[in-house]
Design a protein around this ligand. Structure first.
Ligand code: HEC
Length: 462
């Protein structure tokens, strides 16, 4: 092997590229999930309006629709390309792997997405202007198109977790990738969450309904939908856990922040109480309270959940064959992909990486620190901040803040070299590379954080 198919490394100090993706993704998920949940809420509520002859329900749908246009569609459209941008530079091979499997799935999803966006505009602006039956059909069309975008995207997201068996590695077929072990559990779990998100965000709009009786009726309707989602979430979560790869189960049991279960249970209880309150006394629910609840859902429900899902996928970024640091871990005959770990062991990471400056290909006592920094940026920074005060599992802290390169070396020579840790990639660096990396990490613990920043220095001039 002459070189690895690697791309330049995007390094984000302190928070790591992982958090950039995480923050963008979490906002996107709230916007997109609320919108899909709301599309069903609209369809059900409008069916009720039609059957029970309560046209005033349409007024709520219109107001919630306008709110969505501002809230979901603007934030969703800002963060959607943001996810593409950040994942493409943070994890180019992960994205490439997904595109090589799912390009037509994505294209199909886009068609539904366009239908969804046109649908929400048409729905909002034709209320009261076309006959009710036609409008009802439009609302259901919007709901179905929205749901379709979810189904297609979850096929891709769940493949990221793992295909769930050996078949796809042999066939490389898009259907084997799409209908993986995790897809239905993840799909239904997210659908349940969508009901919750639509109810909570919808309660912001309920607060603006002036007529008390009408407000109560709508509040009860959306609270019921929220409860339905909340109750369904619990068994669906257990099902979801059953469909995770063995490595994820180890992380779930041992490596998530200790407060994760309490936080998620606390959030479930809080949402349950809130929905009960919404159903019982909707007139006591001013819009600011409902808005605070939305923010809490984002910060204490979605963010830890999304972080956990990212952690559970470790050490891979997609399909259990691309490591988080972009190295290919195994052969995938169905796609003509070859494992790279042994080549790294044999020739060295710096020597094989096409974007390493020429004067770092060979490690010498003079360039040792710079070479160590480069190795850390390529091999570790996708999952670890390099600064001691970094937020993403900072490497100096993971080594207990040691300033002794020998302590670091022992880890690099031992578990990391042999691939003995289930949640970390197998990283068999060459002798000189381990020495340089150990030197750099020990140094990063010693000095203030600025040292670690990988500002693509003109290394040739050193
Ligand atoms: C694909 C992601 C990923 C990459 C790449 C990665 N690590 Fe880790 N590492 C983890 C995870 C996950 C943990 C678990 C600890 C946590 O979550 O805080 C961890 C933990 C550690 C620990 C603490 C020991 C332990 O078992 O908890 C050390 C030390 C460490 N990593 C060093 C490194 C070094 C050095 C590199 C680069 C050569 C590296 N890691 C690359 C994901 C990664």
């Amino acid at each position: 092997m002459e070189s690895l198919g690697m791309y330049p490394t995007w390094y984000v100090p302190y928070i790591g590229s992982g958090w950039v993706m995480g923050i963008t993704g979490t906002i996107h998920i709230l916007a997109s999930h609320t919108s899909i949940g709301a599309s069903f809420l609209f369809a059900l509520l409008e069916t009720k309006a039609y059957r029970e002859n309560k046209p005033w329900l349409l007024d709520y749908i219109r107001r919630y629709g306008v709110f969505l246009l501002v809230f979901s569609y603007i934030w969703g459209s800002v963060t959607g390309p943001g996810i593409w941008y950040s994942t493409t530079v943070a994890s180019p091979r992960g994205i490439s792997g997904l595109i090589h499997n799912f390009v037509w799935v994505w294209a199909t999803e886009w068609v539904f997405f366009v239908t969804e966006v046109i649908g929400v505009y048409a729905l909002v602006y034709t209320i009261g202007k076309v006959d009710p039956k036609t409008h009802l059909k439009l609302t259901w069309l919007f709901a179905v198109a929205s749901l379709e975008t979810l189904l297609l995207i979850i096929g891709i997201l769940s493949f990221m977790m793992w295909p769930g068996g050996e078949r796809w590695y042999r066939t490389g077929s898009v259907l084997d990738a799409f209908y993986n072990l995790n897809i239905f559990a993840q799909m239904t779990m997210r659908a349940a969450f969508m009901c919750v998100a639509a109810a909570i965000v919808g309660s912001i709009v309920v607060a603006g309904v002036q007529d008390r009786a009408q407000r109560s009726e709508i509040a009860r309707f959306i609270a019921k939908m929220g409860f339905f989602g909340l109750v369904a979430l619990v068994p669906l979560f257990y099902w979801y856990v059953q469909t995770l790869p063995p490595t994820a189960k180890i992380i779930l049991a041992a490596r998530l922040p200790a407060y994760t279960p309490q936080l998620l249970i606390g959030m479930l209880l809080l949402i349950g109480l809130y929905l009960a309150w919404l159903a019982w006394k909707p007139s006591w629910l001013p819009a600011p309270v409902a808005s605070v609840m939305t923010v809490l859902l984002l910060l204490f429900g979605l963010w830890p959940e999304e972080r956990a899902r990212e952690s559970l996928r470790k050490p891979y970024v997609a399909g259990q064959y691309i490591y988080g640091n972009q190295v290919i871990s195994r052969d995938v005959p169905g796609k003509g992909i070859k494992a790279e770990v042994r080549a790294i062991q044999e020739y060295g990471l710096l020597a094989l990486h096409p974007f390493v400056p020429a004067d770092l290909k060979e490690i010498t006592p003079r360039n040792r620190l710079e070479a160590g920094r480069m190795i850390a940026a390529i091999a570790c920074a996708n999952c670890h901040s390099l600064e001691k005060t970094g937020l993403l599992r900072p490497l100096p802290a993971k080594f207990g803040g040691t300033t002794d390169p020998r302590v670091v070396r022992a880890f690099l020579d031992g578990p990391l070299y042999t691939g003995a840790i289930p949640y970390m990639p197998d990283i068999p660096l060459s002798e000189k590379e381990r020495e340089a990396l150990a030197y750099f990490i020990a140094h990063a613990s010693e000095r203030p954080a600025s040292l670690s920043a990988v500002e693509a220095k003109p290394t040739g001039s050193q």
